[in-house]
Design a binder for this molecule. Structure first.
Ligand code: BTN
Length: 261
């Protein structure tokens, strides 16, 4: 078995978190499997992990390269958030990943809005949170996390390789996927606990700001069909990015893509 759940539980060392992940050898996308679990009324907190993905999905319809050695994990969640605040979950997942990487490897990573975790300015991890609805009712959210763990960069296509990082390349040795998954699940769940106190958005935004490499930077923003350059100045309470354009206007970017310049 490529992934030992008992090892993950031991590594987590936490009585509160007892996930029994669905562990797959291969699948098209763990987010799709998690979504079908949700539609089948699986428990919230269910987790899907796969050794590889054949059609891993990224934001904006992009492919997420998913050879063996990476961590490909999706969680079924039902956070009590307004649909427009669901972007907060992407930021929450990013904070949990930065914390997990630090705890398990000692490496410092940084958050690029909205969904990237960077190591030395290269992408180490991507996050894809998807709202699942059924006839206008929000059933839940799928939180998908992909981390380049034990992947030699030579396994990635050349166009992706130059902007990617992997823990294997950085550390020169493999990292336990079980430990990483266990610590990461704990980190996500601990942060979700704040939902109960209704303080989640403010807490997450505060933590995200401490770990980001976006604010204060000149950025190129692509949103819809438009492109503009400005300076990322802040996040709004829903986790959207506020950018000061060159004419001084403050623009709120809700679902765009940015490049750090
Ligand atoms: C991005 O950076 O565009 C997001 C990438 C998200 C990839 C993860 S891997 C696990 C989960 N399953 C998917 O198909 N996508 C997410």
């Amino acid at each position: 078995m490529w992934f030992r759940v008992d090892k993950m539980l031991l590594e987590t060392g936490d009585d509160m978190i007892r996930p029994s992940p669905v562990v797959l050898d291969t699948t098209e996308s763990t987010n799709d499997v998690a979504k079908s679990l949700l539609l089948d009324r699986a428990d919230f907190g269910s987790v899907v992990i796969s050794r590889k993905q054949t059609s891993g999905r990224g934001r904006k319809g992009r492919l997420w390269q998913s050879p063996p050695g990476g961590l490909y994990m999706s969680l079924v969640l039902q956070p009590p958030l307004r649909p427009q605040s669901v972007a907060i979950l992407t930021l929450l997942a990013g904070c949990a990943v930065v914390d997990t990487i630090r705890r398990t490897t000692g490496l410092e990573t940084a958050l690029k809005w909205p969904n990237d975790v960077l190591l030395r300015e290269k992408k180490l991890c991507g996050i894809l949170c998807e709202l699942v609805t059924e006839s206008d009712t929000v059933l839940g959210v799928i939180m998908g996390i992909g981390i380049n763990v034990n992947i030699p960069l030579s396994r990635l296509p050349s166009d992706v390789r130059g902007r990617s990082a992997s823990l294997l390349e950085e550390l020169g040795h493999e990292t336990s996927l079980e430990r990483l998954a266990g610590v990461l699940l704990r980190a996500v769940h601990l942060r979700l606990e704040h939902v109960k106190s209704a303080e989640l958005p403010a807490q997450v935004i505060g933590e995200w700001k401490e770990r980001n490499c976006t604010l204060g930077r000149k950025v190129r923003v692509e949103e819809g069909t438009g492109v503009f350059v400005g300076v990322a100045v802040d996040l709004d309470p829903d986790g959207h990015l506020i950018v000061e354009a060159s004419d001084g206007r403050l623009l709120v970017v809700t679902s765009g893509e940015i490049d750090l310049l």
